[in-house]
Design a protein around this ligand. Structure first.
Ligand code: EPU
Length: 424
């Protein structure tokens, strides 16, 4: 597949209500989990509905640096063959800048009995410890230590099933522990597991591969270790965060958008809050139709682990609330520094005040006006794109490589809904 066209900025002329139908791509974060799972077996795995985005390309580089073959077998179909791994350490520079790369630890530890990876980087959204991963590997019998920039885990195979209490329901941590324990001897219980749909996705893929996992989607996951896993075909779940982005864009611009190939059941916290704000939403099993009618009401929102409102949608909801009549409160409870976009929104005329690093107070409605603003991470970047769609005049969103990491052709898709967005 051809990569997304390179460019550094979006120029957006706001003011056009979005209208039409849009299909959601496969989930970015579920894909990263599935790609890591494919490392756990010497047979081929074929992933369907893979989004063509920057983070998938980067994860492919991580896998290739270990010796895996990763090729597009067709549009949105990724073939991974990890028969001939020559290393248990991915290329440091590629792995260090992609948070999801740390998932190779669990897959390699379970298969090879050794794995090492740099401290994962990723977005600047707060401190991002990995103690849940490391303590979990140790509970499964691995020796875990740090050598310079790398974390190293080593164990005699098979790993030993154990009860692991996660101090925090970490999404990647839970996936890593499922990956490592799938072939452990005996039963593993992950208590206080993350329940996000992407965790369920990884559990589904592992189950296809022969793993025995129950409880994914709840806060207690049980893994009954099997002797070996096998290759599989697996279809990635729809991206709930992309679906949520289009739903919010429709409400913000006062249009009407049908979001297809979505899983509305994964977005209940968002649709609940949008309805509370006065947005009209109709949901079927796989579509969401979103329409604004009349004034938006202010909200108090809290970003929480699933099934709470996704932190990855927090910035976009905040942009919507700049158009609500009254004072809204935004509390970020997952990451400790994920309101950095507020400064960029202020440049566009929003009345946003932050108290500390986790609460924003938004007074509205304030007309947004065009400005040159910077995408600070994938979600903050998408939020600024939405703000540009609602602003008068020509806005410029710079550093859109962040947006391209997580959204497949956001500009093209928005244009198909009538938006005036150019990539320059
Ligand atoms: N945490 C710990 N200890 C750990 C791990 C995490 O205390 O060992 C804390 C973190 O400090 C943070 C909270 O747990 O406060 C959430 O972190 P989590 O580990 O759940 O996040 P993650 O697994 O690193 C994934 C997604 C993020 C998404 C979060 C929360 C991937 C590749 N990334 O990150 O996605 O925001 O879960 O849902 O799956 C994005 O797509 O834009 C994105 C940032």
């Amino acid at each position: 597949m051809s990569p997304q066209p390179n460019a550094s900025a979006f120029i957006i002329e706001g003011g056009t209500p979005l209208h039409g139908t849009i299909a959601v791509s496969g989930s970015k974060n579920a894909t990263l989990g599935a790609m890591a799972a494919a490392l756990a077996v010497p047979e081929e795995c074929v992933l369907q509905n893979v989004p063509d985005i920057g983070d998938v390309e980067q994860m492919a580089e991580v896998l290739r640096s270990l010796g895996a073959k990763v090729d597009w077998a067709g549009p949105h179909v990724l073939r991974i063959n990890a028969a001939d791994l020559h290393s248990s350490t991915p290329a440091m520079d590629v792995a260090a800048s992609l948070r999801g790369s740390f998932l190779v630890m669990g897959a390699l530890l379970g298969r090879l009995g050794e794995a090492s990876c740099p401290q994962p980087g990723g977005d600047v959204i707060g401190s991002r410890p990995i103690d849940v991963h490391l303590k979990g590997f140790a509970a499964l019998g691995a020796q875990v230590h740090r050598e310079g920039e790398r974390f190293i885990a080593e164990a005699k195979l098979p790993l030993e099933g154990a009860t692991i209490f996660a101090d925090y329901p970490s999404v990647l941590g839970t996936q890593n522990l499922m990956l490592a324990s799938a072939t452990a001897r005996g039963r593993t219980r992950i208590v206080n597991a993350a329940a996000e749909p992407e965790v369920q996705g990884t559990a589904e893929m592992l189950t296809r591969m022969g793993a025995r996992i129950t409880g994914a989607g709840t806060h207690t996951i049980e893994v009954e270790g099997v002797e070996r896993l096998r290759g599989c075909e697996y279809e990635i779940i729809p991206d709930r965060l992309e679906a949520g982005t289009y739903a919010i864009a429709a409400a913000l611009t006062g249009g009407e958008v049908e979001v297809r190939e979505a899983r509305p059941e994964h977005l209940e916290s968002l649709t609940h809050k949008l309805r509370e704000a006065g947005v009209l939403i109709e949901a079927t099993d796989d579509t969401l139709t979103v329409r604004k009618s009349g004034e938006l009401r202010p909200l108090t929102i809290q970003a929480l682990p699933y099934p709470g409102l996704a932190t990855d949608l927090q910035a976009m909801v905040a942009v919507l609330l700049t158009q609500a009549h009254g004072v809204s409160y935004v509390h970020e409870r997952v990451f400790d520094n994920r309101l950095l976009y507020a400064g960029e929104l202020q440049k566009m005329g929003a009345d946003v005040v932050t108290t500390g690093t986790t609460t924003a107070i938004i007074s509205g409605p304030t007309p947004l006006h065009a400005a040159r603003v910077q995408a600070l991470d994938v979600r903050a970047g998408a939020a600024l794109v939405l703000a540009g769609l609602a602003a008068t005049g020509l806005s410029e969103i710079t550093d859109i490589h962040h947006v391209d990491r997580g959204y497949e052709r956001l500009d093209e898709k928005l244009r198909s809904l009538g938006a005036n967005v150019q990539r320059v």
